[in-house]
Design a protein around this ligand. Structure first.
Ligand code: GAL
Length: 986
């Protein structure tokens, strides 16, 4: 159907309360296909099945939460908090250990993720790359791609051949969950990522056109887009050959403005960037594919003054969100994705050199899956966009000003329906109070009539006129509309603001209504001449104002909720209508059967429960248990007793440690005959082969892409040996240690970055070691070298930076080269994936796995922690522990390590064989590592194996690690254990 503005108005008439969310279609856990849907757009918004859908999306990366059951937890938290979409990257390296090998099973089950998102009622924006950046190793490129002739991010046929292989595999999964097929909720698909190189030449055009054609050929029929790195007007509609776009290509851009600056006017109506405003793309909706919701932090924590992600969250708090995201709405952004909304964990060898293990990002949902106060504005705005369709179609309206210079006003209006929206921002460091002329159905009025309109310091709010609240017309409100739910017996509307804010709401009432304040404080005045009811209140918790009569036979219950009350106010759609719940920490699902409403959700403490349910509901269950309720005057069902909070979680002390030292590779007599001889003479690396070296030493060329790598060389005669010079490249905080005939020569480390995005130059070094006189003499002698490679660089500049060498690059003894053998990771763990393990002796031998025989006969000793030793090299500590968390408690648990920061050592943390991160004691800033449920058995036995690499320059060893409770709620989702294969005797 051709959509004209007229048919459109009809489709989004007041009766069309909620937007076309997939909720209803996927309410049942069984995956039932529904009829195909259409996904189109115009200059205002995305249009799904003919309805406008402003997308309020949050970014999360399935690969940063290696426990598929918990995907549902986080997705439900997004949905409950007002998001209607989730945007995801797919990281090529996570799914491909070798060319031609693709794995979408287990923790890599992308199909399961997409199915869960659809079941949760979230649309999906799919961003599979092939390049993603994302602070992951090589920006998502698989390690093996470094050792090919491929010129990445270009039209090079070798590269495109690999890309096609990957896209065929990933698109086969995505295609199954396209909303247009009726089998999923993927509605948008991104090509590449911030591709700012070769924008105008054949290389870039050829590449992007190839991606476009390939993705279409793979059956992806939803609108495609690219995320321009800033509003540069790159890859706008019209970039692809005539006839191929057919109205199915959108323009999007990314923005990460400084939280300390003034929110930029980027967007459809905006001015920012070389292609500001509509000039970039007049016929597509304002679309930010990524807008900063936090930021990342490098080793050492330079970005946030060593305070870590808590500081990212503090500097990009709820006020930041309101100021920046409402400014985005004011600038016509209708597809809004916040990067990140749940950051998660860069576990194993996923982190790019620019980040450490935690990718918490300061996001609205923290790494431990806790809902933070940053969700509150998201919930308020997301619900508003979903509940008030007028806001999906807004034009810029006449400029207007408040009577306070501290308040900047944006004015927008719906062209068809007469509603007006005013967004008021205060960038000053003082609270502001103002009045504002607004356009209403009763002419221009200066509001509020009583008192002032408050805009807090560094804050923003949206107020509206001429909206419909179910069956009643709202003349204006100086509170921010959050939700409306027309019901058979009464209409409900929720208005929000900061605690203490004075708010004024005026309804049109033909006759004098009966007004009852059921809870909280509010005053009302009826103006018989103007036929208006004015309600004033200072927001404090949840005030309930019931308006009866006044020209409508259906009462209106007005809920005035401050942020604190709004944080526990949840709405869900059921087949009988909208359900509104107040009290618990989270409402996950609401299903009606007959007169029973089954609710599931979380409580973080004993909580009240009040439910406004559709007509006919008489009984309520909460997490399967009947709740004793009574009816209230406000039409709700109120629990007579509080819902229980979580039972206490007791975490055991970690005892029973066993210890073994390793690095036998350092010993002169170690048998390295099975190791690969470094005999290659050419490489595809961007690092030039150093002059005078007989062979390539780069680890990638020998197939060792992740984690540690060992080198051994034999020296026939060292009578005169003086200096061993070892050049290496390993990324920020990479490390090299060397031994001569089993005796340590020392350790060299690459620097701690001084800012989040460090330069490449500091990530290589040449370590020189003097050969001790007593170790010289006729040979043979052995040199052993361990290199901790921290990751491949990203490739933001499209210059194959990800191919710069890792490992030893050159080695000379008094200027003469040596001949080496190399050993890294022993194959790929099929279950845990290619990024789980590196090449330590213990990793090659299964010391990290559950069930490894760590008893005395095998060289392991009991040890009491803290344990101190000064020894260059690798030691392992293993123990098991049992957890017995109540089955209905979702406990998020971490492992904490803290020690004297003068001690130079680092620890790789293996839980049940999964590499959950790296701790660097003398660098930080991370001390607590999230152990995701599913990998962590919260009711059973777990194996912890810690691999300690010590510089040998200071005392090292291991402090007493502790389990830390990071969050606990009664509720959660059922968690299926993640397969964690144990040790098998060779
Ligand atoms: C963007 C990029 C993302 C991520 C982000 C910073 O420019 O597209 O992948 O790297 O920056 O976290």
């Amino acid at each position: 159907m051709e959509l004209t503005r007229r048919t459109f108005g009809a489709l989004t008439g007041s009766a069309a309360l909620s937007l076309a969310l997939p909720t209803a279609a996927y309410a049942t856990p069984q995956h039932r296909p529904t009829p195909p849907h259409t996904v189109t757009f115009d200059r205002y918004s995305v249009i799904i099945d003919g309805r406008r859908v402003p997308l309020w999306s949050g970014e999360l990366h399935p690969f940063r939460l290696p426990s598929p059951s918990l995907w549902r937890d986080v997705l439900q938290k997004l949905r409950a908090n007002g998001y209607n979409a989730v945007s995801i990257y797919v990281s090529w390296n996570y799914h491909s250990a070798a060319p031609g090998s693709y794995d979408f099973t287990g923790v890599r089950d992308l199909g399961l993720f997409l199915r869960t998102a659809a079941e949760t009622g979230l649309y999906v924006i799919a961003r599979p790359g092939p390049y993603i950046n994302a602070e992951v190793d090589a920006g998502g490129y698989p390690g093996w791609l470094t050792a090919t002739a491929a010129k990445a991010r270009s039209n090079d046929p070798v590269y495109l051949g690999y890309v096609d292989e990957y896209l065929t595999a990933v698109n086969a999964v995505i295609k199954r969950y396209l909303h247009t097929k009726g089998t999923g909720s993927v509605i948008l698909y991104q090509l590449e990522n911030e591709y700012a190189s070769h924008v105008n030449d054949a290389t870039g055009k050829g590449y992007m056109e190839h991606l476009y054609a390939k993705v279409r050929a793979d059956g992806i029929d939803v609108p495609l887009f690219h995320n321009d790195k800033g509003r540069n007007g790159y890859w706008t509609p019209g970039s692809f050959p005539t006839g191929t776009e057919q109205g199915r290509y959108l323009y999007a851009f990314d923005g990460y403005p400084s939280p300390t600056g003034t929110p930029p006017d980027w967007g459809y109506f905006g001015t920012g960037g070389p292609k500001g405003g509509t000039t970039a793309s007049p016929d597509t909706p304002g679309f930010t594919a990524e807008f900063g919701g936090g930021w990342f932090d490098p080793w050492g924590g330079a970005e946030f003054g060593g305070l870590g992600y808590a500081e990212s969250r503090r500097t990009r708090d709820a006020g930041y969100e309101r100021r920046f995201y409402l400014t985005n709405l004011a600038n016509g952004i209708k597809v809004h994705n916040v990067y990140m909304t749940f950051g998660g964990t860069s576990w194993g060898w996923l982190p790019a050199p620019v980040v450490y293990t935690s990718y918490d990002y300061g996001a609205a949902i923290d790494e431990a899956r806790n809902q933070t106060s940053k969700l509150v504005p998201m919930h308020q705005i997301g619900s508003m966009l979903a509940g008030f369709p007028d806001l999906a179609e807004l034009d810029r309206a006449e400029d207007t000003a408040a009577d306070s210079t501290a308040v900047r006003v944006y004015h927008l209006a719906n062209p068809d329906r007469g509603s007006h929206v005013y967004l008021l921002r205060n960038d000053t460091s003082k609270d502001a109070s103002c009045t504002l002329p607004v356009v209403t159905a009763a002419g221009t009025l200066t509001v509020p009539a009583d008192g002032g309109l408050k805009v807090g310091t560094k804050d923003m709010k949206l107020i509206a006129t001429n909206l419909s609240l179910g069956r009643r017309a709202l003349l204006y409100t100086t509170a921010q509309p959050m939700l409306r739910a027309p019901g058979a017996d009464q209409d409900l509307a929720v208005l929000t603001g900061r605690p203490g804010d004075p708010v004024e709401t005026v309804l049109t009432c033909r006759t004098r209504p009966v007004v009852r304040v059921l809870s909280g404080a509010a005053q009302s005045v009826y103006d018989a001449q103007a036929h208006t009811l004015r309600i004033n209140s200072a927001l404090d918790g949840l005030a309930q104002v019931l308006v009866e009569g006044g020209g409508s036979d259906v009462p209106l219950l007005l809920l005035l909720a401050d942020d604190t009350a709004a944080a526990t106010l949840w709405s869900q759609e059921t087949d009988a209508g909208t359900v509104l719940v107040s009290g618990p920490a989270l409402l996950r699902t609401a299903d009606r059967s007959g007169t029973v409403l089954r609710l599931t959700g979380d409580t973080a403490a004993p909580s009240g429960l009040e439910v406004w349910a559709p007509r006919g509901i008489r009984r309520i269950t909460w997490n399967g248990r009947q709740v004793d309720v009574r009816s209230t005057a406000g039409g709700s069902l109120l629990a007579r007793r509080q819902l229980a909070g979580p039972a206490p979680v007791r975490l055991p002390a970690l005892t029973g440690w066993r210890y073994a030292a390793e690095n036998p590779e350092a010993a002169a007599d170690f048998d390295d005959r099975s190791w690969r001889v470094c005999d290659l003479t050419t490489s595809y690396s961007t690092t030039k082969l150093p002059a005078g070296q007989p062979a390539v030493l780069f680890a990638d060329d020998y197939g060792f892409h992740y984690g540690d790598v060992w080198y051994r060389a034999r020296v026939a005669d060292a009578t005169e040996a003086q200096t061993l010079a070892l050049s290496y490249a390993a990324g920020t905080q990479g490390l090299l240690m060397a031994w001569w005939d089993g005796q340590p020569l020392g350790t060299d480390r690459l620097p701690v970055p001084t800012k989040a995005q460090d330069t490449q130059g500091t990530w290589t070094a040449t370590a020189t070691f003097a050969v001790p006189a007593e170790l010289r003499g006729t040979g043979p002698h052995t040199v052993a070298v361990l290199v901790r490679k921290m990751a491949h660089e990203e490739d933001g500049g499209a210059n194959d930076a990800f191919k710069s060498a890792r490992g030893l690059t050159a080695a000379t003894l008094d200027g003469s080269p040596l001949t080496w053998r190399i050993q890294g990771a022993a194959g790929t763990d099929r279950v845990r994936g290619p990024l789980n393990t590196g090449g330590l002796y213990g990793e090659r031998s299964g010391w990290h796995l559950p069930g490894f025989p760590d008893h005395e006969g095998h060289g392991w000793q009991p040890v009491t922690l803290p344990h101190s030793e000064t020894r260059q090299g690798v030691s392992w500590y293993r123990t098991t522990f049992r957890l017995d968390v109540d089955h209905d408690v979702d406990a998020s648990i971490g492992l904490t390590l803290t020690d004297d920061p003068a001690r130079a050592y680092r620890v790789q943390i293996f839980l049940n064989g999964w590499n959950l991160g790296q701790y660097i004691n003398d660098v930080g800033p991370q001390h607590t590592f999230v152990l995701p449920g599913g990998i962590l058995g919260t009711r059973g036995i777990n194996t912890l194996a810690l691999a300690v690499v010590a510089d040998g320059t200071t005392p090292a060893g291991l402090p007493q690690p502790t389990l830390t409770l990071l969050g606990a709620v009664a509720g959660g989702v059922p968690v299926t254990p993640v397969s964690s294969p144990g040790y098998r005797h060779p």
